[in-house]
Design a protein. Structure first.
Length: 201
C-alpha cells in the first residue's frame, strides 16, 4: 500500500494521467532510494525492478548472472518490465541495463523516462562504498568495466524524456528535482491517458 502525502496527492498527479515514471541510469545513480520519496510525494506506487526479478527467478541476481549469463538475466528483466507496464501510476526503479534491449523501450516510452545521471566519478565512488554485489563489475578493474558500460549506455540513457544531473543531494531532494522538472515536458498535447508522449526541445 502506497503511503499517501498528508496534504493529498501532488498537483502533478492529475497531469500525469496515470502514466508510469521509469527511472533509468547506471547502477549507483540513486534510482531506488530516490524513487520511494518520489512515489510518496505523487501518491504513486513504487516498484524496484531488481527484487521483482529475483522473486520471479527464485534466485539472487548474481546467481542469475552466473548460471544464465547476462542474456538470461535480460530476458527475465524484459518479462518483468512487460508486466510492470500493464499497471499504471507507478514510479519504477529499473536496472541499469534495461535500456540495452530495444524491445524494452516500447514499454518505457508508454510512460515517462527519467535519467538520473550522477556522472562517472560520483558513480565510481558510490559503488566503491556499496556492499551490493554488481556482477558486471566483478573484474580486476571495475573502473575500466564501468567506463565500458558508460560508453555503451550513455547514448541510450540520452533517449530519456527527462535528464537530470544529480550530485550529493538526499533522495528526497532528488525527488523534488524530478517534480520540479516534470512540468517542462508535460505539454497539453501530451497530457491525459493514452496521449502520445512528447519530449522537451
Amino acid at each position: 500500500m502506497t503511503d499517501q502525502p498528508q496534504n493529498g496527492p501532488h498537483p502533478l498527479r492529475s497531469r500525469l494521467g496515470g502514466r508510469n515514471l521509469y527511472l533509468v541510469g547506471m547502477m549507483g545513480s540513486g534510482k531506488s532510494s530516490s524513487g520511494r520519496p518520489l512515489a510518496q510525494q505523487l501518491g504513486y506506487g513504487f516498484v524496484d525492478a531488481d527484487p521483482v526479478i529475483e522473486q520471479l527467478a527464485g534466485r539472487p541476481i548474481p546467481q542469475i548472472f552466473s548460471e544464465d549469463g547476462e542474456d538470461g538475466f535480460r530476458a527475465i528483466e524484459a518479462q518483468v518490465l512487460q508486466a510492470i507496464g500493464q499497471r499504471h501510476s507507478l514510479v519504477v526503479a529499473t536496472g541499469g541495463g534495461v535500456v540495452t534491449k530495444p524491445e524494452n523501450w516500447g514499454v518505457l516510452h508508454q510512460g515517462i523516462v527519467i535519467w538520473l545521471n550522477p556522472g562517472r566519478e560520483r558513480i565510481l565512488t558510490r559503488l566503491q562504498n556499496d556492499s551490493t554485489q554488481r556482477p558486471l563489475l566483478q573484474t580486476e578493474n571495475p573502473a575500466e568495466a564501468l567506463d565500458a558500460l558508460l560508453e555503451t549506455r550513455t547514448p541510450l540513457y540520452s533517449e530519456a524524456d527527462l535528464q537530470l544531473s544529480v550530485g550529493d543531494q538526499s533522495p528526497e531532494q532528488v525527488a523534488t528535482m524530478v517534480l520540479d522538472a516534470l512540468p517542462s515536458i508535460l505539454t497539453p498535447a501530451s497530457e491525459g491517458p493514452g496521449a502520445p508522449q512528447t519530449t522537451a526541445g
